[in-house]
Design a protein around this ligand. Structure first.
Ligand code: MF3
Ligand code: CO
Length: 256
């Protein structure tokens, strides 16, 4: 069942998203050689609580950290450890928070120091695929319009989209209907209407689309150990078009 949000509820989600965008910008700036994944997690937890929000990942289905940190061939849901970031690593950060009852969920991939040309292209294509997906998040379109736009952009570049994990509606719960796959057929699926809020999150592999789960029960890796990148925004469908709730001008200024 899709839960539509009122203008007042979207305003709360806009506040939630702005705080999360600031948190992610802070983490991005810390992603340098020598920083440990746990340091990023501790800072995220502190930052989110300091602003009066709840780091909602903590306790979610037994998860114990505020963020997910996925390095190189790790796709998503990597658990923060004492692992130190190294020059050339590709780090995907995923964070969520609850602000006055409403979730924001977002993430991004950042290169640590100088990264390979291939890693940079994977990052760029993945970020662009989120952009083209967001451009389809229009009232009157269907979920499949988002899915197909993401998939086409990724596959045209010679990369592949992960099938086993999908985006989702978001609101008082992190995961609400509808599912938002990163692959599909334009014109199919649930109709997009004003008041829907979607977390759109392409996960893109440099090699094949298949993934595997590590023994920790969380970390998703590429089956062929190729690099993977991921970007996510929470986006409201409005009568004026898509509104990215998890982008803030502050976050943009922090990293020109
Ligand atoms: N942000 C992820 C998603 O979009 C969920 C993270 S799993 C958690 O589904 F356990 F860390 F919360
Ligand atoms: Co999500």
């Amino acid at each position: 069942m899709i839960i539509y949000k009122s203008e007042a509820e979207i305003e709360l989600m806009r506040e939630a998203g702005g705080i999360l965008a600031e948190a992610l910008a802070r983490l991005q700036s810390m992603a340098r050689p020598g920083t440990t994944l746990l340091e990023l997690d501790r800072e995220a937890d502190r930052f989110i609580r300091e602003r009066g929000c709840i780091p909602g990942f903590v306790g979610y289905q037994g998860y114990r950290n505020a963020i997910c940190t996925s390095v190189n061939d790790q796709v998503v849901h990597g658990i923060p450890t004492n692992r130190k970031l190294r020059e050339g690593d590709l780090l995907s950060l995923d964070a969520g928070l609850i602000h006055r009852g409403f979730w924001a969920d977002a993430g991004l991939t950042v290169g640590v120091g100088k990264i390979s040309a291939e890693a940079l292209r994977l990052m760029d294509v993945t970020r662009e695929s989120l952009d083209v997906g967001i451009h389809q998040a229009l009232a009157g379109n269907r979920i499949g319009d988002i899915s197909a736009a993401v998939q086409e952009h990724v596959e045209r570049a010679g990369f592949s989209v992960v099938r086993q994990f999908v985006g989702h509606g978001i609101g008082r719960d992190m995961h609400e209907d509808p599912q938002v796959p990163n692959f599909g057929i334009a014109g199919r699926g649930p109709l997009l209407k004003p008041g829907m809020v979607l977390a759109i999150e392409p996960m893109v592999n440099a090699g094949g689309p298949d993934v595997a789960l590590l023994g920790d029960g969380w970390t998703v890796v590429t089956a062929d150990h190729s690099l993977s990148a991921y970007f996510e925004h929470s986006v409201a469908i409005t009568t004026d078009g898509p509104e990215i709730l998890t982008a803030s001008t502050k976050a943009l200024r922090a990293r020109p």
